[in-house]
Design a protein around this ligand. Structure first.
Ligand code: HEC
Length: 95
């Protein structure tokens, strides 16, 4: 599969803004925490796994939960942007 989108700088920037606005409170600023003690450590997942997990939650998640409602608003483009950004957290220096 063509994974050029993973290293697209514009997509990464878009993902960073989305992540800081909507995700880090639960998943940690480097996606390195288990959200609400329930999720896997997202920074340890492959970009493709993040895309698949987010699409699944978006399309099939129970909308009574806050995190699923946030994810239900993501477009395919948003999901790729988030996965591309999270991939940059995996090997960068901690901040
Ligand atoms: C209110 C807290 C909360 C927010 C905000 C939140 N999440 Fe989550 N997330 C969770 C919880 C809890 C789970 C585990 C339950 C589940 O998979 O539905 C989870 C699961 C996930 C998973 C799947 C990991 C696994 O365990 O399989 C990914 C990927 C993910 N979140 C990414 C994100 C992204 C990206 C955002 C921002 C758009 C976000 N989350 C916002 C709480 C949150």
């Amino acid at each position: 599969m063509d994974q050029a989108w993973v290293s697209d700088p514009d997509l990464i920037e878009q993902g960073r803004d989305l992540f800081r606005g909507s995700c880090r409170d639960c998943h940690g600023s480097r996606a390195d925490q288990s959200a609400l003690g329930q999720s896997r450590i997202v920074a340890e997942l492959e970009a493709e796994e993040i895309v698949a997990a987010l699409a699944e939650i978006r399309d099939y998640g129970d909308l009574s939960s806050m995190q699923n409602r946030i994810k239900s608003a993501l477009s395919d483009d948003d999901i790729r942007a988030l996965a591309a950004y999270i991939a940059t957290l995996q090997d960068g220096p901690s901040q």
